[in-house]
Every structure is written in structure tokens, then in C-alpha cells.
Design a binder for this molecule. Structure first.
Ligand code: IPD
Length: 267
């Protein structure tokens, strides 16, 4: 088992180097932006450049590790450690200059995240966790409130995929959820949403269709902060399931509300 403290130190250093590139990137050139899985799914040259930088820095420190990156980086490692990377989670926000995006880096051992780092370059904040050792925000312990307002007074985050059919179904579910909670937030970076639950800025978050790199680091951070992290349908976190992070006392009513709204049968 590699030393988690060393993996954490490396991930924090690389995420902060990525943040410097993101902060200094010019957003003025529309040619910098293109589309991926659908006409609403954006990617910028900065996403690609930051992924290249992260991969170079990780592999120069640990050449035998594997890599799985949102922008296509794929390396089969031999050390047992695989880095799961989203160079810019919240690319749409980044492309518009809307200040909610992050860099997400997780280290997995045997398919299980052991270290997670999510860096918010706008606020200059770093969320991190080592499995079994709690979560931190800028080095200080981060913890959710273990109890708080009931679901009717809970602030709940969510997000939408890029496929028009899935978005329509997600909107229909949301229409049935919003009357039963305090309010909804759609910040546009799933990794940050999960960390937002971790530090009590949201009471709960749910989203169907997240990719591995969207949730690998943030889900570990939320769970190490004391949140319940799981899926509406049961089973491990996966793209075809609705991933939930919530204050433990909200889980039962939130799952019931989402089921009643048909979230478990969404495409
Ligand atoms: C997206 C963001 C967004 C979420 C989408 C993700 P990307 O990631 O995390 O908040 O709602 O499901 O795909 O494309 O900006 O890396």
C-alpha cells in the first residue's frame, strides 16, 4: 500500500499548479472552446492543457502509476495506484467566466479512492481527504453538521447531464423535488458540490449520470466529512445511478422524495 500522506501531498501540489494555469488562462478566444458529447457539452484548450500538465507532474513523481482523465488521458499503471482526474470540473462555467469550477484529483488503489483533492481556483480553497482520516478544507478539519433542519428546510444541490433526453427527465424530477425543500442550487461543478456538502454549505446533493472523474475525489471528501454517500438505486457510485451525498439524518426522507419523483427510473 503506497503511503497515503505522500499521495495527498503530491495531489495538493499538482492541483495548485493546475490552478495557476487555470487562473492565468485567457477566456477571450472563442476558438478555444469546442464541443464533446453533445452541442451543450463544452471543452476548452485549457481543459486539455491542464490535463497534460497534471499527467506530466504525477507521472514524473510516480512513473508506474495509472491515469484516467476526463480529456482522454489513459495510462495502464503497474503500481496499483490509478489517478482519476478532472482538470476542470465545471467547464461550462469556466468558458463563461462564471466563478464555480474546480480541479479534481483522486488516487485510487484497487479501484477504491484513498486520497481525494478538489481545488477551487476562484476562492483559492483546497478540499482534501485521506480514507479513514477525515476531510480537510485548507488543512483544517471539515465536517458536516450531523443534524440540522428537516428536509423541508434543507438546501439541496443537483446537476444536469448533457443529453437532452436526460436533461428533460432531470428537470421533471426537480419540479417535484423543489416544492419540498428550502431551495435548490445548481452550481455546475459536481466535484465542488460534493465538497460543498462536506463543509455544510449544502445539506444534500444528488445527480444522475456523473462520470468517474466528476465524483472520485469529492465523494471521498464528503464521506470522510461525515456525509452519507451512496446511490438511490443501491450499489456503488456509477454513471447509470443517482449519486447522493447528504447529512445522515436527511437520507431517509430524501431517498423517499426522490423515489416519489421518479428519480430512480430516469434515463
Ligand atoms: C459537469 C459538472 C456539472 C454536472 C455535470 C458534469 P464537466 O462536469 O460537474 O456540474 O452537472 O453532470 O458533467 O463536464 O464540467 O467536467
Amino acid at each position: 500500500m503506497p503511503d497515503p500522506a505522500a499521495l495527498l501531498e503530491l495531489a495538493i501540489a499538482v492541483a495548485s499548479q493546475a490552478a495557476e494555469v487555470i487562473r492565468s488562462a485567457s477566456l477571450a478566444d472563442p476558438a478555444d472552446v469546442s464541443t464533446k458529447s453533445s452541442s451543450t457539452d463544452l471543452v476548452t484548450a485549457t481543459d486539455r492543457a491542464v490535463e497534460v500538465l497534471i499527467v506530466e507532474r504525477l507521472l514524473s513523481a510516480r512513473p508506474d502509476d495509472g491515469i484516467e482523465g476526463e480529456e482522454g488521458a489513459s495510462v495502464e499503471g503497474t503500481s496499483g495506484v490509478t489517478w482519476v482526474i478532472d482538470p476542470i470540473d465545471g467547464t461550462t462555467n469556466f468558458a463563461y467566466g462564471y466563478p464555480a469550477f474546480s480541479t479534481s484529483i483522486a488516487a485510487e488503489v484497487d479501484g477504491r479512492p484513498v486520497v481525494g483533492v478538489v481545488h477551487d481556483p476562484v476562492r483559492g480553497q483546497t478540499f482534501s481527504a485521506v480514507r479513514g482520516q477525515g476531510a480537510r478544507l485548507d488543512g483544517r478539519p471539515a465536517a458536516i453538521r450531523l443534524a440540522g433542519p428537516p428536509l423541508a428546510h434543507a438546501l439541496v444541490g443537483t446537476g444536469f447531464g448533457y443529453d437532452a433526453g436526460r436533461r428533460a427527465a432531470q428537470g421533471a424530477v426537480l419540479a417535484q423535488v423543489v416544492p419540498h425543500v428550502r431551495d435548490i442550487r445548481r452550481a455546475g461543478s459536481a466535484a465542488l458540490d460534493l465538497c460543498t456538502v462536506a463543509c455544510g454549505r449544502l445539506d444534500a446533493y444528488y445527480e444522475r449520470g456523473l462520470q468517474h472523474w466528476d465524483h472520485a475525489a469529492g465523494a471521498l471528501i464528503a464521506s470522510e466529512a461525515g456525509a452519507w454517500v451512496g446511490t438511490l438505486e443501491g450499489g456503488p457510485l456509477a454513471t447509470e445511478r443517482t449519486i447522493i451525498a447528504a447529512r445522515p439524518d436527511l437520507v431517509e426522507p430524501l431517498l423517499a422524495l426522490l423515489r416519489a419523483a421518479g428519480a430512480d427510473t430516469m434515463p
